[in-house]
Design a protein around this ligand. Sequence first.
Ligand code: AQP
Length: 329
Amino acid sequence: MRIFSGIQPTGRKHLGNYIGAIRQYVEGQDRGEAIYCIVDLHAISVPYEPVELRDHVYDTAAILLAAGLDPDRCILFRQSDVREHTELTWLLSAVTSHGDLNRMTQFKEKSARQRELASAALFFYPVLQVADVLAYRAGDVPVGEDQRQHVELMREIARRFNERFGELLVEPEVRVPEVGARIMDLQEPTAKMSTTGGSEQGTVLVLDEPDVVRKKVMSAVTDSGSDVVRAPDKPGISNLIEILSVVRGVGTQEVEREFAGSGYGDFKRAVADAVVHYVAPVRERYAGLRGDEAGLERTLAAGAERARAIASATVAEVREAMGIGASGS
Ligand code: AQP
């Protein structure tokens, strides 16, 4: 089984990213051939600083390695180092419907937030995402719930390509965790925890100091009543139950049973302790890894070489099938 996923180089990875995606990346190394990409080309679809972008690629690489990615057991690389992704994007755009891109919820949300320029890149990046995955003929894409629609698009485009040009591409399956696929903002528990859209106080960063994590969890917005149970009218408590369930590795019902009859205060303290315990090792390992930029660059470059070997073979076959370039080139 080949596994592929991409992650933005924001440098500010939060608990939602960790629980929804990064945790699955680490597990993926035991399940199959795991390939992970830091998507710097996606990051330019919204306003950004060039110098910071380079740094944020290293920040993100160091977080992933600190979380448990092992370059001997997975391929970790920077998207822009493998230029086949951009070529394949263009080739696949020929079988992508404009209407499908128009329906992408993330585009609608993110373009509405742009004050100066809603770039064409923002509209088009789902196709780059499709190319990221199809270039590796990956069968399994671990992501959070917010990416489900983009993986559907991958399947649609692979299907359309195969019908038109022959069975070359693989329709990938989405892998969304059963619990924790959509971690909510602690201050606004009806909105997802997010890098760009959420509240500062409601977003727990993987690299936050323990006392900051504690403060954010203790000041999480809870709901009326005092029962620690999941319910549609209790988004705040439901979110904390999911978080505790994942970080302790137990079922949500077990969490509910344990805290039946306790107040919100005791429950939040338990969540805060568990989250601190969960992310602290990552923060501790991060410092050493991030300090060695040359080492990170070597890891990414070696990953890119291995990735390119796979992606270039796919692109060559796609070109051949589509009649692009001299035959056999
Ligand atoms: N709240 C979340 N709960 C669970 N999973 C989540 N993911 C994102 N938010 C949540 C998953 O994290 C992976 C990486 O996301 P990304 O590359 O899009 O990184 P990002 O842009 O920093 O993440 P955000 O917070 O989603 O940013 P905004 O909101 O600014 O776009 C993906 O697999 C994603 O599903």
